[in-house]
Design a protein around this ligand. Structure first.
Ligand SMILES: [Zn+2]
Length: 548
C-alpha cells in the first residue's frame, strides 16, 4: 500500500505541462523562505559537552520524524518525490499543504488538509468521535485510529514506538556527558517521560533548573496542529545554548510580574489569578529546531509548560531564541519597514524594541486568566479551537501594554517608547503574512483590522505606507486588551467567533500591500541549515590552557 502511494505521487509531480506550472510556482513559494545557518560559539565547549550536544540533536531528529507522521501520515515520504523543489517545500511544510497559504494543497490531487491532521482518521465523523466511550480520547497524548472499521484510542508511545524509544535513548546518552547534575537529571527524567507519556515530573524539574548552560525542550507540546478539537499535541524539540549575558538583562523584569498582573486594564474579576509569578526569562542561541516549531513559520520564543495547573503552581519559563530573532529582524523586519512604514518613522525600528516586543509577548502568556469566571472550566476548554488564536492575540497586545507600563516606571530604559510601538506595527505586517492558517497569523490580522479601524495607524493612499498615531494606538491597545481578557474570562465562544468574522480576514488594501512585499522578494520566513555538521561539533576543542 505504501509503495503504491509513493508511485502515484511521483507521477503527479513529474508528468504533464499542468504540473510543470505547479512546480514553477513552488519555486516562487520556496523563495519566500530565507535560508539561515544556525550556529553558536562552540569554542568554549568541552569535548564532553560537544558529545552531549550531538546526542541532543539526534533525539531532536527523532521527534522531527514523529511530527511528520502527526501532520501528514508518513506514507508519502518527501524524499520519494522526484522534484527537488517540491521535496524541499514538503519538508518545510511537513506535508503537501502550504502552511503560509491557509494550508492550500500545492500538489495536484492532494485534497484539503484534514482539520484533525493525522491525529484522527480522516474519514472520522463527529458523531463517531462523540460516541467513542474511551475517556482517554480527550487526552492531549493519544491519537485516534481506525482498526477493522472501529475507532480506537492509542497512546503516543504506542503509536510512535520506535522513534520514541530512540529519542529516549539519545537523551539518556546525552545525560552522561554534562557535568551539570540538574540538567542530567532532567534529561533522564525526560527520557522516561517520553516512554511513559507522563510529562509532569520532568516539567517540574525543568522549571527548577536555573543555572543550566544547555537546554532541550522536547516532547508533545503545542496543540495548534489539531484544528478539529484543539486537544492533540504535536512533537517538537528545541536544542538550546544559553546566552548568559542577555539572560541577566532579562532577569530584572520578572520582579514586576505581580504588579503588571494587577495593573491589567480590565475589571478586577478578570485578574484575580496569580499566574506566572515565579516566571523566568532567558535568552538562548538555538542550534536545532525539530517538528512542530520547525514547520511553516518558525518559533522565536517559547513560553512553557502549557499545563495550567503547573503554570499556577510553579510559573513558566520564557525562552527567547535570540539568534533567530536577529535573523528575522535583519532579513525580514527591516526590509518590510522600508516598504510599508513612512520614512520619518523608520528610525524607530530597532532590534532592542523588536526583541522586547517578542519577549513581553512571552511574559504576557503568563498573565491574565486561565480559568473562566462563570464555571465554564479553563479558558482553553471553553474556547476550544479558537483558543490558540485568541491567546496569541492576548499575548501580543498585553506585551505592548506591559512595555508601556515598565517604560513609564523607568524600569525599561532603552530607546524611546515610540521605538517599541513602531517596531510592533512593523511586526504586525511581518506576522499577518503567516495567514489565517496559523494562530499567530490569525491573531495579527484581527489586531491589524482593529487598530486600523481605531485610527492607530493610517495609510497614505499614494505611497501605500503606514504612519502610527501614538495616542490612538495607546487607546486601541487598552480597549483590545480589555476585550480579549473578557472574552477569555467569560469563555465567550460566540463573542470570539464574532470577532473572527468581523476582523479575521485580510482586506483588499492590505492584500495589495502584502503582495508588494512578495514582489520585492522580501522573505516571509526563514528555514535553517542546522545540525552536527553545521555546528562543526566534531572539531576538537582548543585545550583549556591555550584559551587563556
Ligand atoms: Zn505566543
Amino acid at each position: 500500500m505504501k509503495k503504491l502511494l509513493i508511485a502515484c505521487l511521483t507521477c503527479i509531480v513529474t508528468g504533464t505541462f499542468a504540473q510543470k506550472k505547479e512546480v514553477d510556482s513552488i519555486a516562487i513559494k520556496l523563495a519566500a523562505y530565507k535560508t539561515v545557518r544556525l550556529t553558536t560559539d562552540i569554542s568554549k565547549m568541552s569535548m564532553e559537552e560537544r558529545e552531549g550536544l550531538k546526542h541532543l540533536i539526534k533525539a531532536a531528529e527523532m521527534v522531527d520524524q514523529i511530527f511528520w507522521m502527526q501532520a501528514y501520515g508518513g506514507n508519502l515520504a518527501a524524499d520519494t518525490v522526484s522534484k527537488k523543489s517540491v521535496r524541499e517545500f514538503m519538508r518545510i511544510n511537513y506535508g503537501p499543504w502550504d502552511r503560509l497559504d491557509n494550508n492550500r494543497p500545492f500538489i495536484e490531487g492532494v485534497g484539503a488538509k484534514p482539520l484533525g491532521a493525522n491525529f484522527y482518521p480522516s474519514d472520522m465523523r463527529k458523531g463517531e468521535f462523540d460516541s467513542l466511550t474511551d475517556e482517554s480520547k480527550n487526552s492531549p497524548y493519544t491519537i485516534i485510529v481506525r482498526e477493522e472499521g472501529v475507532l480506537k484510542v492509542k497512546k503516543y508511545p504506542d503509536a510512535y514506538q520506535h522513534m520514541i524509544r530512540e529519542a529516549s535513548m539519545e537523551l539518556n546518552h546525552a545525560a552522561k556527558f554534562f557535568r551539570d547534575s540538574m540538567f542530567s537529571l532532567y534529561l533522564t527524567k525526560r527520557a522516561e517521560a517520553l516512554l511513559s507519556n507522563n510529562y509532569d515530573e520532568s516539567d517540574r524539574i525543568w522549571l527548577d533548573m536555573k543555572d543550566n548552560r544547555f537546554d532541550i525542550i522536547i516532547g508533545p507540546i503545542e496543540s495548534y496542529e489539531d484544528r478539529l478539537y484543539g486537544i492533540k499535541t504535536s512533537y517538537e524539540a528545541y536544542v538550546l545554548v544559553k546566552d548568559i549575558e542577555w539572560s541577566k538583562r532579562l532577569d530584572k523584569y520578572v520582579a514586576y510580574l505581580g504588579e503588571l498582573q494587577e495593573g491589567l486594564p480590565v475589571d478586577a474579576r478578570y485578574k484575580k489569578e496569580q499566574a506566572g509569578m515565579s516566571s523566568q526569562l532567558a535568552a538562548y542561541d538555538i542550534v536545532y529546531y525539530a517538528g512542530d516549531c520547525n514547520s511553516g513559520s518558525k518559533t522565536i520564543a517559547v513560553n512553557l509548560p502549557n499545563d495550567p495547573v503547573l503554570q499556577v503552581q510553579k510559573g513558566t519559563r520564557r525562552s527567547q531564541l535570540k539568534n533567530t530573532i536577529k535573523a528575522k529582524f535583519d532579513h525580514i523586519l527591516i526590509p518590510i519597514a522600508n516598504e510599508l512604514v513612512v520614512p520619518e518613522q523608520r528610525k524607530h525600528i530597532t532590534f532592542n524594541a523588536f526583541f522586547s516586543d517578542i519577549m513581553f509577548h512571552e511574559v504576557a502568556h503568563g498573565l491574565g486568566i486561565k480559568e473562566t469566571i462563570n464555571g465554564k472550566g479553563t479558558v482553553q476548554s471553553a474556547l476550544g479551537p479558537h483558543y490558540s488564536a485568541l491567546e496569541e492575540g492576548k499575548a501580543d497586545i498585553l506585551g505592548l501594554y506591559m512595555i508601556t507600563q515598565l517604560y513609564e516606571k523607568k524600569v525599561l530604559t532603552e530607546g524611546e517608547l515610540m521605538d517599541y510601538y513602531v517596531s510592533f506595527m512593523a511586526g504586525i505586517f511581518r506576522s499577518v503574512r503567516f495567514g489565517v492558517g496559523s494562530a499567530h497569523g490569525q491573531a495579527n490580522i484581527i489586531r491589524f483590522n482593529y487598530f486600523k479601524e481605531a485610527g492607530a495607524f493610517s495609510r497614505d493612499a499614494k505611497t501605500g505606507q503606514y504612519k502610527l498615531d501614538m495616542a490612538k494606538m495607546r487607546q486601541a491597545m487598552t480597549s483590545l486588551s480589555s476585550l480579549i481578557l473578557k472574552l477569555q474570562g467569560d469563555g465567550d465562544i460566540e463573542g470570539v467567533q464574532k470577532l473572527i468574522n468581523e476582523k479575521g480576514s485580510i482586506g483588499p488594501e492590505l492584500r495589495k500591500d502584502l503582495d508588494r512585499l512578495t514582489s520585492k522578494n522580501i522573505p516571509v520566513d526563514i528555514v535553517f541549515e542546522q545540525g552536527i555538521e553545521v555546528l562543526d561539533l566534531n572539531r576538537p576543542p582548543i585545550p583549556e590552557e591555550m584559551q587563556k
